[in-house]
Design a protein around this ligand. Sequence first.
Ligand SMILES: Nc1ncnc2c1ncn2[C@@H]1O[C@H](COP(=O)(O)OP(=O)(O)OP(=O)(O)O)[C@@H](O)[C@H]1O
Ligand code: SF4
Ligand SMILES: [Mg+2]
Length: 358
Amino acid sequence: MTPIELEEQDATGVDRGPVLEARDLRVWYGTDRGPVRAVDGVSFELRRGEILGLVGESGCGKSTLGRGLLGLLPDGAARDGELRFQGRDMLALKPREQHALRGRDLGMIFQEPLTRLNPLMRISEHFSETLRTHDKSISKAEIERRSLDVLRVMGIPPTRFRAYPHEFSGGMRQRLMIALTLVMRPAFVVADEPTTALDVLVEAQIIRILHDLRREYDTSLLLITHNLGIIAEACDRVAVMYAGEIVEIGEAREVFSRPRHPYTRELLRSTISLRTTGLNYIEGAPPDLVDPPPACRFHPRCPDAMNVCAQRHPVDRDHGAGTRAACWAADVAQGLVKLDDREAAPLPRGEISVADEA
Ligand SMILES: Nc1ncnc2c1ncn2[C@@H]1O[C@H](COP(=O)(O)OP(=O)(O)OP(=O)(O)O)[C@@H](O)[C@H]1O
Ligand code: SF4
Ligand SMILES: [Mg+2]
């Protein structure tokens, strides 16, 4: 990908450079079987106030990428490549500096957040503790003002400020958790499946909240979800991940209406309607990330696979209308590359199953 100037400015002098920039980012877990390469050379950027959706089958590395961006990885995990947040080199920061950034400028909304509220503490105390961790001198009045402001955005009445967590419904507690992340006004938030286990009504509220979030706080968001309906309604762009790699990224509308990558196409096709969830209906299983297939990782499952796909890794290319994709067939369809007859011949099925077993 072409490097993006960090100090890009528009005519009014407003900084329009990316908030977050990843170049060839890798994250792996050390295991007895060898490294699990859960994020393997991912590049993208996120602009101010932008919502980027991240989709892909279970186990493709979405949560690892989200946590890797925030430096929230377990012991035994490692990162390399390039990662810049507001121009700062995140991989060069000391653990203490990273910790200070998290919670203040970087936030995470977890998959199962309900356990993180202390049942013995009032909501007001949760807010005050969160705000004081990062600013010891903050006044009581300021705590209340900021907390009530974010509760309003989350649709929680101010009369509930001094209530205890058990006095709220599951959906409301979810929103409280989001509010506790947002009260710090982070520049970048990772939301990992925030709608899992929530009903459709709450889902619709979450979409509205995500829109408000951008309007009120200019927060950039990486939204991980299996729900393509939410991506279509809430996200500006979408990144499609397969076996540790981003295989296609672009404007959500464009990617949904004109997917370039066969995996994106199959993912959309496997979802009966944009309202349904569950993306695991593509034939074959996702590969083992300790020893993924060579060249294009999707080749053992790809209906369009050609000989070249099992030999050379596809190149991440600009496919027009703001979309980037890494796929030989898409390159040929767009006239971006010319393959010789042998390379362009369909990959024999036998070879596909051999590669599958490899
Ligand atoms: N702590 C860990 N140690 C070793 N391997 C791990 C660890 N956490 C995740 N993995 C592996 O890394 C890969 C990516 O996992 P990850 O949780 O990032 O996927 P995901 O896309 O978020 O999946 P899901 O949709 O199910 O949440 C998987 O193969 C998983 O088994
Ligand atoms: S590179 Fe080949 S195998 Fe991979 S997705 Fe494209 S066509 Fe399919
Ligand atoms: Mg996950």
